[in-house]
Design a protein around this ligand. Structure first.
Ligand SMILES: C[S@@+](CC[C@H](N)C(=O)[O-])C[C@H]1O[C@@H](n2cnc3c(N)ncnc32)[C@H](O)[C@@H]1O
Length: 478
């Protein structure tokens, strides 16, 4: 009889080994914000014009400094963002005459947000209002008036609901913050949030509205930082804003601090209550996400993290080069994080209107303080039970006897396409992901590849984007 362990992992490794050009190795086992509603908004003022002029001047000065430092986008960008830069972001920065134009251009192309127009807008807003009510007991209607979408956001993505301007994107971000509110004990006194890759500043705005005592430090490529700088300045005209102009400039206690990625050294030794990265690590080359993880994990004192990034999306061979290195970040979270929540495809992203066209993500909330080795030891024990799970043992019927190592899964079975895997911290996926992350042992990489292969219905045409990364990690560990 073939044992489940050897056959199944070898199968998966060999099939994917050919795919990524690797040989399979041996198998071991806020202050009041501007404009509460679109109706009440004044037309662009001289202030907006000044803010835009200042943001452009800061951006062009940064680019001069980058040139003097010999820093260019190819040093930190992958193909997706290099293309965005050339085709869209830089022309938009040069041409925009108003903040609405600058932000509207981005919204229209969904570079940095999850917004939609009708006919998706109304049902998605209704779904998200209901979601907040049923999961967090939050009545959007009863929230302070300032908690609304920004009037700088593209009008067709917004809807007036009562006296409040709403969008699907705003309510989505509110759901993130509301989830964090229930998990973390946010200080009453001033505290700092570090956001890496903050798009045009939509999440930073929501944080500041919910926690006026927060100071938000934003680090990004200069082009995206330009939009954050303009949008947040215009949204909080009375707040203190600092745009960092060199790696040596000291960070102040301004409400918003904008740090171009090339000057990120300015952030070392800083304290952050929370570091955030959403829809961004999964779009960066490995060296860029590693740089940010180093900053968060080693160079700053960061107490909590909230990361929401692409995970378990299927790609074909044709996308492997474009997506190269984008799946590494999650395996580089170190062993001092106590994971509070981990969930693939978190509930707030299950809006059936428009959101199914966006990536599937993993939601991670973790706090400092885990004792290295403790979780890995517990998971190693748990993994002994995982080895008894059907996808691993491959049970089947032979001559009226249940045997292991059969052709598994049979058709017309639950295992044929598992529609209800536990994708939270209690599930097999989390245990294997953690073991890959926390230990150097190749057997967990093999098991994770095998489990992903099982969840994907054992096909190689389209496979989970983590497979090539895991194959490379495996090759390094054997
Ligand atoms: C799709 S947007 C996500 C924006 C926002 N976090 C959100 O969830 O809406 C990706 C973000 O990652 C940023 N980004 C891309 N490459 C980066 C890099 N090498 N370093 C820092 N940020 C980067 C982009 O500038 C952008 O702000």
């Amino acid at each position: 009889m073939i044992t489940a362990t050897a056959t199944r992992t070898t199968d998966s490794l060999q099939r994917f080994g050919a795919l990524v050009g690797l040989q399979a190795g041996p198998t071991s086992a806020a202050e009041p914000a501007v404009n509460a509603s679109r109706a009440s908004r004044a037309s662009p003022t001289i202030n907006d014009h000044d803010i835009l002029t200042q943001a452009k001047a800061s951006y062009f000065a940064t680019m001069d400094t980058y040139r003097a430092m010999g820093l260019s986008p190819s040093d930190y960008l992958g193909p997706i963002w290099s293309n965005n830069l050339e085709q869209h972001l830089i022309p938009n920065i040069r041409k925009c005459q108003t903040i609405e134009q600058a932000i509207g251009y981005l919204n229209d192309k969904a570079f940095y947000d999850f917004s939609c127009a009708e006919p998706y807008l109304t049902p998605s807003i209704d779904w998200r209002i209901d979601f907040l009510r049923r999961t967090a007991g939050c009545e959007v209607d009863a929230l302070p008036a300032a908690l609304c979408e920004s009037p700088y956001v593209l009008a067709k993505h917004c809807k007036q609901v009562g006296s409040r301007l709403l969008s699907s994107d705003f309510l989505n971000r509110l759901a993130w913050v509301s989830r964090l509110q229930r998990l973390l004990d946010f200080p009453q006194q001033a505290f700092s949030i570090l956001e890496v890759g903050g798009g045009f500043g939509a999440l930073a705005r929501v944080f500041k509205l919910v926690y006026p005592q927060s100071r938000v430090v934003l680090v990004d490529i200069p082009e995206s930082l330009f939009f954050q700088h303009a949008f947040l300045n215009a949204s909080f005209p009375n707040a203190r804003h600092q745009y960092v102009t060199s790696p040596d400039e000291a960070i102040t206690d301004a409400d918003f601090v904008y740090v171009p990625n090339g000057f990120a050294n300015a952030l070392s030794q800083r304290d952050f209550y929370l570091a955030v990265n959403t829809n961004s690590f999964g779009e960066m080359p490995q060296q860029a996400s590693s740089r940010w993880l180093d900053l968060i994990q080693h160079e700053t004192s960061t107490q909590n993290i909230f990361f929401l990034n692409r995970f378990m999306n299927r790609i074909g061979k044709d996308l492997m080069e474009t997506r190269h290195g984008h799946s590494n970040w999650s395996f580089n979270l170190d062993d001092r994080w106590a994971v509070k929540e981990w969930e693939v495809d978190p509930d707030y992203e299950r809006c059936p209107y428009f959101q199914t066209t966006l990536t599937r993500n993993v939601h991670v909330v973790a706090s400092r303080g885990a004792k290295p080795g403790v979780e890995a030891d517990a998971l190693r024990q748990r993994a002994e039970l995982i080895k008894l799970e059907d996808w691993y043992r491959r049970p089947g019927w032979s001559d009226f006897k249940l045997v292991s190592g059969a052709a598994y899964p049979p058709v017309m079975s639950r295992g044929d396409l598992d529609l209800t895997p536990d994708l939270r911290r209690t599930g097999t996926l989390y245990a294997l992901w953690s073991l890959v992350r926390l230990t150097p042992e190749p057997q967990w990489v093999e098991m994770l590849i095998t489990y992903l292969d099982y969840l994907n219905g054992q096909q190689t045409e389209l496979f989970f984007e983590e497979i090539p990364t895991l194959m490379q990690i495996h090759a390094r560990r054997i």
